[in-house]
Design a binder for this molecule. Structure first.
Ligand code: HT7
Ligand code: ZN
Length: 883
């Protein structure tokens, strides 16, 4: 397979005005008839109409109503080329496909006996021959015929007709009034129940909302429906963007490669982002559902109405829509402290998974330059870093300026396929700003590092800040240029108050937070009237996706953690303090005999201070005091030693639990959530602080805490607590860990959502001396009835979680973890290359591990690379990892 380059883009020679599709649904032999109107473009380079096709059986072609004859068309691998299309021409193509065999879950496939489609990014070509590229926008009319036991036949747009055919089968006809790219096509057929609701839109129109699920899941869609209504209202209020359809549908399915899909008017969701009640979903799941429902809905404008010219522009819709989703979730929370929790969470995702990507072999700009398989580029760089880049426009221009720019972009490009440059220009022009340098965020990969230097002149009362940016260089690429980086800062005085900020040349101070624009390699700013010893707070609210290399002392970090008026930076200072301590523990432990190591008194003091600060919300305290993940700690070290990281973390948690017992017990007592379960932020925050406290006590092997964990499991009226209890028990290696896990195995009724939770929990079992290695258990669990061999959610829950978070249980010096990785990647690649490629990424940062492990990882990668029939998806990941 070939590499595709962004620079090679050329506009299509033919547009498709409309497509009439008809489906005769049969599991192993569905017939698809496609009638397209092809329109040659004035400035075309060729009269050949090039159609894509993958895994199709061609039955017949008619051109302009006539049966085709030899020489009128040619077949090439993956292409059907129809010659001599010099005028507007109708072409009818009949193909056969096999949805039952489609385990890739791309194109038309079956989930149990229901038919589902997934067309982004290149699935439509697995349904019929078509120019499957996002800059071809056509009007769709769809006829679905299915056996009479298929009651619900859905597609995009408006239902124009439905009924029974003479032979007793059912049919439905749908028409989508909005031209769309093929990747937004959707079809669903099956037997569902629908939750329905009507909403009145801002212009007085009424729209019908429907959430379709299998009958067994009736009653689990209430929260998703509320989320959808909130999302509709939010987009109206924040951006003046209304729902443009009379009907908006969501379908939930258990078999899905990704989170969800924004097909026009017919969103298809992984059921874990739709279905919820207190027994199958945790607080985090509820929050995710609100976010993903919002995300897909917001795509209706940013993705569907304005789409992408080519797949290199993916971040144009994804970065923007993630940003809109983040703002929506934050607005649903309201108060400052909850908003800070959301920001901390989003930044953790970025630092935990995007920073390593940007520092590793798969690094790419948010607008990639080339790919082998576009499906490998649905990455945290394109999504989350892309969202940070979009956020920077808002940081630069304010909410009003951002809204003006977004609406200008939509006005200019409505109904068309746009580029990242188009977005940038709309933003720049509607805010009268030159953003030519800002463009580099789209073309340069790597996380910028900024060194920070400060100087206080006590006599002159000036404070000078010098920032120096350093961007990652890539062999064979031009040297990186300085980026335009918005840096939000504040300065604290020695009592912890913000100093009013007055730059040299200004007549009077203006505010206590300032946005500095760093747009050169090195830049300095001098502030006046700084009469007490100042302490800098930098990158407030995480104003840019960069790393600040600051050289704070422990005391300074503890001071910021206590006083910074910016809640994000308070948390950040505390995190830095924790990371410093973890480093110290690792150093001590590696020299052995350091089992007595203790966190410093000042650390414990800062910790307890936050824990007991009732002016901070429980959610915020829980978020700040949670130990950084082992992966995040690894990311911050030069050499990764998983066993040492684990040992240090466990020991620190044990010590904290021992020392702060009283405060933790107090938090457990005071953060109960009696009465009916409510998934709102306030109650969720209390549960989080309670579980956090219980967890530290469990690490201290506190007898009372163990009893509390057991009781919590038994008496909980919700899954957050129940699952939290098992999680604590297994992670803290409590004697009851395995017992609770087996109880949950039996008691959690067979339900895909719960099965996957249970599988993921099992991966957290710690291997104890003389006991069966966890890796053995994971391998054995691939035969467990809760595990579905071909189901992506199963694979991610068990294998994905283990490879990503398994720590020393996965990174074993005997290589058994990597052997399971090899076997899994090769097994999954045979039927679902997209999912296999995601699993494959677990080893890409092998170079950073201690030599014994990195050697074994290298061998595992090499072994996979020697497999002859590797999919292009997995091949691309492995090749990058090895070069
Ligand atoms: N736009 C959607 C992407 C998606 C996808 C991509 C590749 C393979 C399968 C997929 N399913 C959905 C999801 C989104 O960002 O909203
Ligand atoms: Zn998206």
């Amino acid at each position: 397979s070939n590499i595709v380059f962004r620079k090679d883009y050329t506009a299509p020679d033919h547009q498709i005005e409309s497509i009439d599709l008809s489906f005769d649904l049969i599991p192993t032999c569905t017939e698809v008839t496609s009638k397209i109107i092809a329109v040659p473009q004035e400035d075309r380079k060729s009269d050949d109409l090039i159609l894509d096709g993958d895994d199709l059986t061609l039955v017949s072609i008619k051109i302009a109503g006539e049966d085709s004859f030899p020489g009128q068309y040619d077949m090439r691998p993956g292409k059907l080329i129809i010659h001599n299309i010099k005028e507007r021409t109708e072409i009818e193509i009949v193909t056969r496909i096999n949805p039952r065999n489609n385990l890739e879950l791309s194109g038309l496939y079956m989930s149990k006996n229901n038919y589902i489609t997934q067309c982004e990014s290149e699935g439509f070509r697995r349904i019929t021959y078509f120019p499957d590229r996002p800059d071809i926008l056509a009007k769709y009319r769809v006829v679905i015929r299915a056996p009479k036991d298929y009651k619900d036949l859905l597609s995009n747009g408006n239902l124009v007709e439905q009924g029974e055919l003479l032979d007793g089968r059912n049919y439905a006809i749908w028409e989508d009034p909005f031209p769309k790219p093929s990747y937004l096509f959707a079809l669903v057929a099956g037997n569902f129940v629908a939750q329905e609701q009507k909403v009145t839109l801002s212009d007085g129109r009424e729209a019908l909302l429907q959430i379709w699920t299998e009958p067994a899941n009736k009653g689990k869609t209430e929260f998703a429906m509320q989320s959808l209504v909130k999302a509709i209202k939010w987009d109206e209020e924040r951006f003046g963007l209304d729902l443009d359809l009379d009907r908006f549908m969501i379908v939930a399915t258990d078999d899905f490669n990704f989170g969800a899909m924004e097909n026009k008017g017919l969103n298809i969701f992984n059921s874990k982002y739709v279905l919820a009640d207190e027994n199958v979903a945790t607080d985090q799941d509820f929050a995710n559902i609100e976010a993903v429902i919002g995300h897909e809905y917001f795509h209706n404008w940013t993705g569907d109405r304005v789409t992408c010219r080519d797949w290199f522009q993916l971040s144009l819709k994804e970065g923007l829509t993630v940003f809109r989703e983040q703002e929506f979730s934050a607005d649903m929370l309201g108060d400052e402290s909850s908003r800070a929790v959301k920001r901390i969470d989003d930044v953790r995702v970025l630092r935990n998974s995007q920073f390593p990507e940007d520092a590793g072999p798969m690094a790419h700009p948010i607008r990639p330059e080339s790919y082998r398989s576009i499906n490998n580029f649905y990455t945290t760089t394109v999504y989350e870093k892309g969202a940070e880049v979009v956020r920077m426009y808002q940081t630069l221009f304010g909410k009003d300026g951002f809204r003006r720019g977004l609406l200008e972009y939509i006005n200019r490009y409505d109904g068309t396929a746009a580029t990242c440059d188009d977005f940038l220009n709309a933003m720049a022009e509607s805010n009268y700003e030159d953003l030519s340098q800002f463009e580099l965020w789209y073309s340069q990969a790597g996380t910028p590092r900024i060194s920070v230097e400060t100087k206080w002149d006590e006599i002159a009362k000036t404070f000078t800040l010098t920032l120096r940016q350093n961007n990652r260089t890539f062999p064979g690429k031009p040297a990186p240029k300085p980026l335009m980086i918005p840096v939000k800062i504040g300065i604290l005085d020695d009592a912890g108050n913000d100093i009013p900020l007055q730059l040299e040349g200004e007549d009077s101070p203006d505010g206590t937070s300032r946005l500095l624009i760093l747009d050169e390699a090195v830049q300095s700013w001098t502030f006046r009237n700084v009469s007490t010893k100042p302490l800098l707070s930098i990158g407030r609210g995480f104003s840019a996706p960069v790393i600040f290399n600051t050289e704070y002392t422990r005391e300074q970090l503890a001071f910021l953690a206590r006083h910074d008026s910016d809640l994000f930076n308070r948390a950040d200072a505390f995190e830095k303090l924790t990371l410093q301590m973890v480093d110290q523990f690792i150093t001590d432990l590696s020299r052995r005999g350091a089992q007595n190591a203790m966190p410093s008194e000042s650390y414990l003091f800062a910790f307890e201070d936050i824990l007991n600060d009732d002016s901070l919300s429980p959610a915020y305290r829980a978020k700040v005091l949670e130990m950084p993940s082992e992966n995040y700690i690894a990311e911050n070290r030069v050499l990764i030693e998983p066993a040492l990281i684990r040992e240090a973390c466990d020991l620190i948690k044990r010590r904290i639990g021992q020392r702060l017992r009283g405060s933790f017990e107090d938090k457990i007592k005071n953060n109960q959530t009696p009465g009916l379960y409510r998934p709102d932020a306030a109650d969720a925050g209390r549960r989080a602080l309670k579980l956090l406290s219980l967890s530290y006590l469990a690490y201290a092997q506190d007898a009372k805490a163990m009893q509390q964990v057991r009781n919590l499991y038994k008496n909980a009226n919700n899954l957050t607590d129940r699952l939290g209890a098992v999680n604590i028990a297994v992670q803290a290696s409590l004697p009851i860990g395995e017992e609770l896990l087996s109880k949950a195995d039996v008691e959690w009724k067979s339900e895909p959502l719960l099965n996957n939770k249970w599988l993921a929990l099992s991966t957290q079992l710690r291997t104890q001396r003389g006991k069966r290695p966890t890796v053995d258990l994971i391998r054995a669990l691939t035969q467990h009835p809760k595990y579905q061999d071909h189901n992506p959610n199963s694979i991610y829950a068990l294998l994905g979680t283990f490879f990503r978070t398994g720590g020393p249980e996965f990174h074993r010096p005997d290589g058994m973890g990597y052997q399971l990785w090899v076997d899994s990647v090769l097994f999954v690649d045979k039927f679902n290359p997209q999912v296999a490629a995601r699993l494959a990424r677990a080893l890409e940062n092998w170079r950073r591990y201690e030599p014994t492990l990195s050697n074994l990882m290298y061998k595992a990668l090499k072994y996979v690379s020697e497999e002859k029939n590797l999919s292009p998806n997995v091949r691309e990941i492995i090749e990058h990892a090895l070069t």
